[in-house]
Design a protein around this ligand. Structure first.
Ligand code: ZN
Ligand code: ZN
Ligand code: ZN
Length: 150
């Protein structure tokens, strides 16, 4: 099983789903049944899920539907794509401007999002007039729980 930084994941999931619904309602975004189902599957835990995992959970034999739902959720900031795992994780900071650095356990695939300010890094990246539009920082390692199993 995975370790989750939250005290009560049921509350954590309910809060995330409510936030997503409120955000979509406020921004005229259609959180269709499929999109909501995909989001709920992703929020099942703090473990990153691949599109394949999600399709299996959906029992969905139509990949385009799943991919379109994932695209919608990602474009609207409800989930994040973890490039190093080619997997997805729910965002607990929907609608807030944040840098979202991902701390990833390579053993259990638990992902924790941290939002540490990156002033120096961004300043350095902006030298020579470069405009930073987005940052994707993924930090890989071993979580406390997996260390205790070693
Ligand atoms: Zn949780
Ligand atoms: Zn986020
Ligand atoms: Zn772990």
């Amino acid at each position: 099983m995975t370790t989750c930084g939250c005290h009560n994941h049921t509350t954590c999931k309910t809060t995330a789903m409510k936030k997503a619904e409120a955000y979509c309602a406020a921004h005229n975004l259609r959180l269709t049944d499929t999109r909501k189902q995909v989001l709920a599957i992703i929020w099942q835990s703090h473990t990153a899920l691949t599109a394949h995992n999600i399709m299996e959970a959906l029992g969905n034999s139509q990949p385009p539907i799943t991919y379109r739902a994932l695209q919608f959720l990602q474009e609207n900031g409800l989930i994040h794509h973890i490039a190093s795992l080619n997997a997805y994780i729910g965002c607990p900071h929907i609608g807030e401007a944040h840098t979202g650095q991902m701390v990833i356990c390579k053993h259990c695939l638990t992902v924790t999002e941290i939002n540490t300010p990156l002033p120096q890094l961004l300043t350095d990246a902006s030298r020579n007039g470069f405009t930073v539009e987005d940052t994707h920082i993924e930090i890989l390692g071993t979580c406390k729980h997996c260390q205790s199993l070693a």
